[in-house]
Design a protein around this ligand. Structure first.
Ligand SMILES: NC(=O)C1=CN([C@@H]2O[C@H](COP(=O)(O)OP(=O)(O)OC[C@H]3O[C@@H](n4cnc5c(N)ncnc54)[C@H](OP(=O)(O)O)[C@@H]3O)[C@@H](O)[C@H]2O)C=CC1
Ligand SMILES: O=C(O)CCC(=O)C(=O)O
Ligand SMILES: [Mg+2]
Length: 421
């Protein structure tokens, strides 16, 4: 049978009945998680469409498995496959700390220009949580995925490059504030207007399409004025320029305060909410991290830079039960390229124990099916997962916090979801 490919035309995905989907199994716990997840995806598609539709899996290599087999951590064939088939899914890949190869996860996002890392965070009934009202947390993080310090422009202290950077900063830029110049390493943080605009645009489009009340731009612009501060300014400007009367921004609010006072600004903001306008606001990153614990209901869609988004993803995931069930997608909304992946990493200490929660990759697959328009299969998986949790048939991460729960292995949890679809 001829291979079927997902394509995009005028911004709309065209999904055949039996599309080829490239997947990377992943390092560490990746293989255990992938086997459980594949079982769930195939069962859901079969049950929803009775053989009319099918996911045709195509394994592509990356990470340790790839290095062992090919001597290459991220072969060109893998990048080509994601380019060609448009939509794919991956398990976590290991990145060494302090040296060695740079992140393959980041490389995939940069190579394919998957500029939005979309991570929804919602509560599933019955999941153990460290907070009193986890159900109040319902957010979708839009993390800029191609810029910021993730650009990997870093120079190790003691190298000629670091020395050259130091001389440039001191001699040509007049920098005097480096506390220990001779032993400093350096990192560069590029943040562009284009990069900010396309990310904030994606967040606002999502919020409008899904009738969300607000988009919060999260930044540390008080300290990093021309990178994170500019992200905030460019975000507000983009919102007003491109979305006009559909939005009301805190930048507009501030202008009204300056001209007409707080009472008028408050009244106009209240009116905007009543008219169903999307509120665009901002929060400084450290304050935001305490606000999501104290007043989560005030936040909905979040647009933020790469590193902030990384921290916020894990923190929010913990509130609703941990990164065992935290899904994500890396998307380019223009080209249609998308790679779905969990928020968590390889959890290497649990590798090959058939132990960890496959929920994050399974829910990333739910996002993928929804992205493809296969909503019935996605709904079946959600149903199965919710029922498994309600019965307290769960993996170790939930079992250790739930009274009277039955401990399941990774593979058994996958089967439990299938049994409850
Ligand atoms: N996108 C990607 O591919 C990512 C890759 N990484 C890489 O992963 C490697 C390990 O990173 P590390 O910082 O340890 O972070 P991990 O996310 O891999 O693990 C941290 C902890 O989170 C919990 N956890 C992780 N996955 C699961 C799961 N499926 N089910 C239940 N609990 C889970 C475990 O907590 P506990 O022990 O308390 O049960 C685990 O010890 C690094 O090389 C890192 O670079 C990291 C993040 C994302
Ligand atoms: O690439 C890595 O190793 C880490 C990535 C990460 O933390 C993330 O995607 O949230
Ligand atoms: Mg992370």
């Amino acid at each position: 049978m001829a291979e079927q490919k997902i394509t995009i035309k005028n911004g709309k995905l065209n999904v055949p009945d039996k599309p080829t989907i490239p997947f990377i199994e992943g390092d560490g716990t990746g293989p255990d998680i992938w086997h459980a997840s594949k079982l769930v995806f195939d069962a859901a598609v079969e049950k929803a469409y009775g053989g009319k539709r099918q996911l045709v899996w195509k394994e592509v290599l990356a990470g340790e498995k790839s290095y062992k087999q090919t001597g290459n951590w991220l072969p060109n064939e893998t990048l080509d496959a994601f380019r060609e088939y448009l939509v794919g899914i991956k398990g976590p890949l290991t990145t060494p700390v302090g040296g060695g190869i740079r992140s393959l996860n980041v490389a995939l996002r940069q190579e394919l220009d998957l500029y939005a890392c979309v991570r929804p965070v919602r509560y599933y009934d019955g999941v153990p949580s460290p907070v009193k009202h986890p159900e109040l947390t319902d957010m979708v993080i839009f993390r800029e995925n191609t810029e910021d310090i993730y650009a990997g422009i870093e120079y190790m202290n003691g190298t000629p490059q670091a020395q050259k950077m130091l001389e440039f900063l001191q001699d040509e830029m007049g920098v005097k504030k480096i506390r220990f110049p001779e032993s400093s390493s350096f990192g560069i943080k590029p943040v562009s207007k284009e990069g900010t605009e396309r990310l904030v645009r994606a967040a606002i489009n999502y919020a409008l399409a899904n009738k969300k009340p607000s988009v919060t731009i999260v930044h540390k612009g008080n300290i990093m004025k021309f990178t994170e501060g500019a992200f905030k300014t460019w975000g507000y400007e983009l919102a007003e320029k491109e979305f006009g009367s559909k939005v009301f921004t805190w930048a507009q609010y501030d202008k009204i305060v300056a001209k007409q006072g707080v009472a008028v600004a408050d009244a106009l903001q209240k009116q905007a909410v009543e008219q169903g306008k999307l509120i665009i606001k901002d929060s400084i990153a450290d304050a935001f991290l305490q606000q999501i614990l104290l007043r989560p209901a005030e936040y909905s869609v979040v647009a933020t830079l790469n590193l902030n988004g990384d921290y916020i993803s894990d923190a929010l995931a913990a509130i609703v039960g941990g990164i065992g069930i935290a899904p994500g997608a890396n998307i380019n909304y223009v080209t249609g390229h998308a790679i779905f992946e969990a928020t968590h990493g390889t959890a290497p200490k649990y590798a090959n124990q058939d132990k960890v929660n496959p929920g994050s990759v399974i829910l990333s697959g739910v996002m993928m099916l929804e992205h493809m328009g296969w909503k019935e299969a996605a709904a079946l998986i959600n149903k199965g997962l919710e029922a498994a949790i309600a019965k307290k048939h769960v993996t170790y991460d939930f079992e250790r916090q739930m009274e009277g729960a039955t401990l399941l292995k990774c593979s058994e949890f996958g089967q439990e979801i299938v049994n409850n679809m």
